[in-house]
Design a protein around this ligand. Structure first.
Ligand code: NDP
Ligand code: GDR
Length: 374
């Protein structure tokens, strides 16, 4: 029997990979997309299906996690077997600037979905996945972090996600719903939003190598993260909804690297050897050697990374390292792509775009510079 899934956040990194994954499994996929004043479906344009065509498998609905009646109507119309709640204001630094909005979307949005499922009498038939996060561990109480590690959130984002974690557990216990949390550690890809640290680095350094930007301005490059690939992680999101009973799982690689490591790897993919000098807000990275032809705009001695304290956070999560043993033992899940391989894939993709832009620029065309940073 064909299954139906509803994905909030389908236009985001994970939503796009999950939609692809579920379509390949034969699902009918419904996605909630926000109304925007410009197109915001770039990540799913390649799987778009004309709604006028016979029997489309992918359907998009305008909606917003802040709008109860709209969410209820979409669930009523689509009668999903599985709901994946991936929609969120997902940027930790932004959550300090917009804490109330972040709480409305990331905490109340989850409650709105769960209540809609219950209100419509679907609590025994619709399975629910909540996109929980390693940010719940914040000021870590145990290393590595596992399902039983106490939480200590350190941002409005993480506090909002803490509510969602517990309301998901509560609906499971109170109403017997199949509702579960995936506690996902950082995961990235070429589709990662441009203001998250990995993508900011791969895109920034590719642009610098091609002469489109001069310098990358970073925050706390001592931060340590457990980075996986989004493709591996959406597979696990689906697996979590296919079990006999709902349970929560940590999804991580079990390996940890610093932001500085990620900068070093990205530079190496471009044939650049970096030398870091100074410390704290005065640290810089200088080009020490160049090999190959991927960085024609650079010469030895150029300073291409500096620290800008505006990217420091009011409260930082310094270190995260996950223990994915439960996912491995119970579900047989293991990540297939290493952080280093993922970095290479991201740099290659951003370099491809930067080379195209550099060529256009060389022929006198204006290249738009993004004003968004983060
Ligand atoms: P993205 O930021 O790439 O995507 C977020 C999605 O949510 C986008 O589709 C966005 O729409 C949508 N969205 C934002 N606000 C609203 C709203 N008010 N109503 C409806 N939809 C909204 O995040 P990721 O794909 O990286 O992450 C997916 C989920 O997993 C998020 O909940 C995130 O917090 C969580 N998570 C992510 C991790 C990661 O490392 N990537 C790790 C752990 C948890 P639009 O495209 O219009 O902006
Ligand atoms: P994070 O991801 O906050 O872990 O949340 P992000 O990539 O934004 O930051 C990771 C670490 O890098 C440090 N950092 C910088 N971060 C950004 N964005 N920009 C910078 O210039 C910069 N310099 C250093 C940060 O301080 C931080 O320590 C992500 C999101 O996807 C969440 O939605 C998700 O829940 C968690 O991962 C798990």
């Amino acid at each position: 029997m064909t299954k139906t899934a509803l994905i909030t956040g389908i236009t985001g990194q994970d939503g796009s990979y999950l939609a692809e994954f579920l379509l390949n499994k034969g699902y009918v996929v419904h996605g909630v997309k926000r109304r925007a004043s410009s197109f915001n479906t770039q990540r799913i344009d390649h799987i778009y299906q004309d709604p006028h065509a016979a029997n489309p498998q992918l359907h998009l609905h305008y909606g917003d996690l802040t709008d109860t009646s709209n969410l209820t109507r979409i669930i009523q119309e689509t009668q999903p077997d599985e709901v994946y709640n991936l929609g969120a204001q997902s940027h930790v630094a932004v959550s300090f600037e917009s804490p109330e909005y972040t709480a409305d979307v990331d905490a109340m949005g989850t409650l709105r979905l769960l209540e809609a499922i219950r209100f419509l009498g679907l609590e025994k038939t619709t399975r629910f996945y909540q996109a929980s996060t390693s940010e719940l561990y914040g000021l870590v109480q145990e290393t590595p972090q596992r399902e039983t590690t106490p939480f200590y959130p350190r941002s409005p984002y993480a506090v909002a996600k803490l509510y969602s974690y517990w309301i998901t557990v509560n609906y499971r216990e109170a109403y017997g719903m199949y509702a579960c949390n995936g506690i996902l550690f950082n995961h990235e890809s070429p589709r990662r939003g441009e203001t998250f640290v990995t993508r900011k680095i791969t895109r920034g350094l590719a642009n610098i190598a091609q002469g489109l930007e001069d310098c990358l301005y970073m925050g706390n490059i001592d931060a340590l993260r457990d980075w996986g690939h989004a493709k591996d992680y959406v597979r696990m999101q689906w697996m979590m909804l296919q079990q006999d009973a709902a349970e929560d799982f940590v999804i991580a690689t079990g390996q940890q690297f610093s932001v500085r490591d990620f900068i070093t790897w990205s530079a190496a993919e471009l044939g650049i050897t970096l030398e870091f000098t100074g410390s704290g807000a005065d640290e810089i990275a200088t080009v020490a050697a160049i090999t190959g032809d991927k960085a024609p705009a650079l010469k030895v001695g150029d300073v291409i990374v500096r620290i800008d304290p505006r990217y420091f956070r009011p409260a930082e999560v310094e270190t995260l390292l996950g223990d994915p043993s439960k996912a491995k033992e119970r579900l047989g899940w293991e990540p297939e792509i290493t952080a280093r391989e993922m970095c290479a894939e991201m740099v290659a993709e951003d370099l491809r775009v930067a080379e195209r832009h550099a060529l256009l620029k060389a022929h006198g065309h204006d290249i738009p510079v993004s004003v968004e940073n983060g």
